[in-house]
Design a protein around this ligand. Structure first.
Ligand SMILES: *[C@@H]1O[C@H](CO)[C@@H](O)[C@H](O)[C@H]1NC(C)=O
Ligand SMILES: *[C@@H]1O[C@H](CO)[C@@H](O)[C@H](O)[C@H]1NC(C)=O
Ligand SMILES: *[C@@H]1O[C@H](CO)[C@@H](O)[C@H](O)[C@H]1NC(C)=O
Ligand SMILES: *[C@@H]1O[C@H](CO)[C@@H](O)[C@H](O)[C@H]1NC(C)=O
Length: 825
């Protein structure tokens, strides 16, 4: 951790040498500063003064400093900038003046107001490397003041309402509270923020956040000023639609202004002691950070795009972005990093370069490298005339600037640079390489003969296949037909009397729920079943049958199988496979001696994730479970998990949400958007799944727990905090005998924490969750869910009290209270 003398011992701005008396001031100020009276620090530079070397000016509140600095990890380049003055750890720079023109020596360099009234940086040889280029004061009385917001303002000392220039009008990569981003309609100039080129180089990088250049009322993240890879959603009067968290938050106030002069948005914070900033980082992600006093670290509350490979061209030309590997970018075979030095500091913009140049004129000297399962690069050109893979390949070979092709229901070729390739996707890309760079097996001189042989073999094979198909398919079709019938009729329709006998007149109750009681039964062939008597069912018989037959087709190893149904007058019953392992919640009770071991828990977690992913994406119609909780996870005789009660939303219809919200015990799993009445997406299941994960890790129900400090906290919010702090072990059930590997535990806990993010767009999909749990997708450290109680506690001074006027938030508090009465011990 680099901590320069500047931020440790602020040596405040010195007066110019012409005023000897001022030499005393720094010591004087230092004294005051340490006796916690920051208001007397020098916070301004006037015409005759300058900063050089280690000298800084400090805002009057003491929270920001301005001076020269060298980025951590790049000690020979100096920049003038503004940073947080008294935070521990690495200096957090919020603004840089000469971002593209570093100076090598600060002892003779000066940051000052020029004779013309501009702010300038003059290097040791007296040349100006940066200027504010502002309209100078006519009165020769410019003064630059560093405000408590982190804004450096150049103004006319004689008329303080005249602002000649301010750093908030020229942000670098950081959007501060009180600053604005938008467009000046009169000049057409956009005020945006641009990433640093690398973590150690403030020069403008390729990524920026800007008001939509096409004129719509939203923000976009842009690569090279042209490719949009994320947008905030339109401003709807209250918030940007893709960032709904901003509406719920009581910490931030967003305003959007559209007047004849400017269109812009800005945000403010209600409590100035809450430190927060929005940054587009050098990897292209837009992140809102806040300072967590408890850990003395910056934490993200918002990150977009969530997946770093969604950042356009993150790995530069020909670079491959990997969601799986720890090294984000790599080069294909036949390519090498353009700049190893830059790649070492995680600056991949220069991408990859061919090891050997292509020989354009001589077609036979170039070949193609096959890359299966990739996300195809951006900006392809469709070749409509090429109607086969061979034609497509030829089209590419005939075009000197073609560097790759792909054939999938049509021919696409790519020009010089391939950008945005990722290692996860369904495309097959053929990258053109010089023959000498191709892997040894595909020797181009033998290629044509091999091609002919293959072609012939393929032709023969095709004939055989056709013949075979002609003979065999009619039979097979009959068979499939039969299975389909079996499938359809596999859903048995029971009579009410039958089910009465099966369940011994509904005498063996297995459980109850919002949708009705469940009874154990034994079919005549002694198969055990669970019979659910639906309540609150108003559907007609026809609709019920339709829904049930859909449900009957949904089969997955991690879903409880529906065997049959019964429709008798007003009674609606469903017959399921019986699960001897009982429901997951029964294994949480302290009286249950046999504690589920970790291996089993992990298997259960993965199984449930797979079942939900299937419901959400893989079956014909997306099914949102809406009521994921341990009571609805059943275990079979091998303790494999099966999700019960899916499809209820369709069977119960409009009453569903009422049933859910009045059902005590379920509310703790309800995503915020459920409670606030927003449309429900599969992400509500993701949220509930996350809540359940915490319970599985801890081996007990989520409840209000009393912390060491005597303050009551909702368990998941406390747990989320532990995950972010990296102390996941503290969450683990201490009854476990097989402690998991820390890596596996971290993965589960991070997933849980991502799943319970307030904004549904920040939560992963169940498909992503499965991939993370299977280990094929990395999971980064999650941000703290903003609405969570923990933030109200740890951020201390911040008043995150939920206002009583916000009805949705009030409901949310109630739910936490309710869950305390239900699960409180
Ligand atoms: C500080 O910066 C250095 C160099 O970039 C980095 O290695 C280190 O992890 C940083 N420390 C913290 C606490 O971020
Ligand atoms: C401001 O100061 C500069 C240099 O000191 C001088 O040349 C100029 O005439 C002054 N302008 C006014 C309006 O006093
Ligand atoms: C101060 O500046 C404002 C805005 O530039 C101007 O309207 C006002 O007349 C000035 N006042 C004086 C005393 O010069
Ligand atoms: C980036 O943008 C500049 C200016 O619009 C353009 O000239 C250049 O071709 C772009 N680069 C790429 C690789 O698209």
């Amino acid at each position: 951790m680099e901590l320069s003398s500047t931020s440790k011992r602020p040596l405040h701005a010195m007066a110019s040498s012409s005023l000897n008396a001022r030499l005393l001031i720094p010591m004087f100020l230092l004294f005051f500063w340490q006796s916690s009276n920051p208001s007397s620090a020098i916070d301004s530079i006037s015409l005759s003064q300058s900063l050089s070397g280690d000298q800084t000016i400090i805002s009057s509140e003491g929270n920001f400093a301005l001076g020269f600095f060298a980025p951590a990890g790049n000690p020979s380049n100096f920049y003038a900038g503004i940073w947080y003055n008294n935070l521990s750890g690495n200096r957090t720079v919020v603004w840089v003046a000469n971002r593209a023109c570093p100076i090598s020596n600060t002892s003779a360099a000066e940051f000052k107001i020029s004779e013309a009234g501009n702010l300038v940086i003059v290097n040791s040889s007296g040349a100006a490397v940066w200027s504010s280029n502002s309209t100078p004061s006519t009165l020769n009385a410019s003064v630059a003041v560093l405000l408590g917001t982190g804004n450096l303002v150049l103004k006319d000392d004689l008329n303080s309402s005249t602002i000649l220039w301010q750093s908030f009008d020229h942000p670098t990569d950081t959007w501060m509270p009180g600053g604005w981003l938008g467009v000046n309609k009169r000049t057409g100039e956009y005020q945006s923020i641009t990433s640093w080129a690398s973590p150690v180089d403030p020069a403008p990088g390729p990524f920026a956040q800007s008001m939509d250049p096409d004129g719509s009322d939203q923000y976009v993240l842009l690569w090279n000023g042209s490719e949009i890879y994320w947008n905030s959603g339109l401003w709807n009067g209250q918030y940007f639609t893709a960032v709904p968290g901003t509406k719920e938050s009581t910490a931030f106030n967003f305003t959007f202004v559209d007047n004849p002069d400017r269109k812009f948005a800005m945000y403010t914070i209600n409590d100035p002691s809450f430190l927060t900033r929005f940054v587009v980082d050098s990897a292209g992600q837009g992140q809102q950070w806040f300072w967590l006093n408890a850990t003395q670290e910056w934490q993200t509350v918002f990150t977009q795009p969530l997946v770093h490979c969604d950042v356009y061209s993150l790995c530069g030309p020909f670079g491959i972005c990997s969601q799986r590997n720890t090294s984000v970018c790599s080069c294909p075979i036949g390519f090498a990093p353009t700049s190893t030095q830059e790649w070492q500091i995680n600056d991949w913009n220069s991408g990859c370069t061919r090891r050997t140049r292509l020989h354009c004129g001589n077609k036979s000297s170039d070949g193609f490298l096959v890359m299966p399962n990739v996300r195809l690069p951006a900006n392809s050109v469709r070749i409509l005339t090429a109607t086969s893979s061979t034609n497509c390949k030829a089209a590419c070979l005939n075009n000197c600037s073609c560097s790759a092709y792909s054939y999938d229901n049509g021919c696409s070729i790519w020009g010089d640079d391939l950008r945005n390739i990722a290692d996860t996707g369904g495309g097959i890309l053929y990258i053109r390489l010089a023959a000498s760079d191709l892997p040894a097996t595909s020797n181009s001189s033998h290629k044509s003969t091999i091609g002919i042989i293959l072609g012939v073999a393929f032709g023969v094979l095709l004939v055989l296949v056709v013949l075979f198909a002609l003979i065999w398919i009619p039979r097979r079709r009959k068979r499939t037909h039969i299975t389909e019938q079996v499938d359809d009729s596999s859903l048995v329709q029971f009579s009410y009397g039958e089910l009465q006998r099966v369940t011994r007149n509904f005498s063996r109750k297995l459980g109850g729920g919002g949708f009705g009681n469940v009874y154990r039964g034994t079919l005549p062939d002694s198969t055990e079943v669970a019979v659910k008597k639906l309540e609150g069912q108003r559907q007609g018989e026809k609709q019920f049958r339709a829904e049930v037959s859909t449900l009957g087709t949904i089969q997955h190893v991690n879903l409880v199988r529906l065997r049959g149904f019964c429709c008798h007058r007003d009674e609606r019953l469903l017959v399921y496979d019986y699960m001897p392992g009982g429901s997951l919640d029964s294994h949480f009770s302290e009286s249950n001696i046999a504690v589920l071991d970790w291996k089993l828990r992990y298997r259960i977690i993965l199984g449930v994730a797979r079942g939900l992913a299937y419901l959400h994406g893989s079956c014909r119609e997306c099914i949102i479970h809406c009521d994921v909780k341990p009571e609805n996870i059943l275990l079979d005789e091998n303790f494999d998990p099966k999700i019960a009660d899916f499809g209820m939303a369709k069977l119960i219809g409009r009453d569903f949400s009422r049933v859910l919200t009045t059902m005590r015990g379920t509310v703790g799993y309800l995503a915020p958007e459920w409670i606030s009445g927003l449309p429900v997406t599969p992400k509500v299941d993701v949220y509930s799944f996350g809540m359940m994960l915490f319970e599985l890790v801890a081996g007990k129900r989520n409840s209000i727990v009393r912390g060491n400090d005597g303050v009551d906290k909702f368990y998941p919010s406390w747990a989320a905090k532990q995950v972010i702090d990296g102390s996941v072990e503290s969450l683990l059930d201490d009854r476990l005998e097989d402690a998991p590997e820390i890596e596996e535990l971290t993965r589960v806990c991070r997933v849980a924490c991502w799943c319970i993010q307030d904004s549904e767009s920040q939560r992963p999909t169940m498909g992503q969750v499965v991939r993370i749990l299977e280990g094929s997708l990395e999971v980064s450290r999650p941000p703290l869910p903003l609405a969570m109680q923990s933030l109200m506690e740890v951020a201390g001074q911040v008043k995150f009290q939920i206002s009583s006027t916000d009805s949705s938030a009030t409901v949310a508090t109630n739910t936490y209270e309710e869950s305390s009465t239900i699960h409180g011990r």
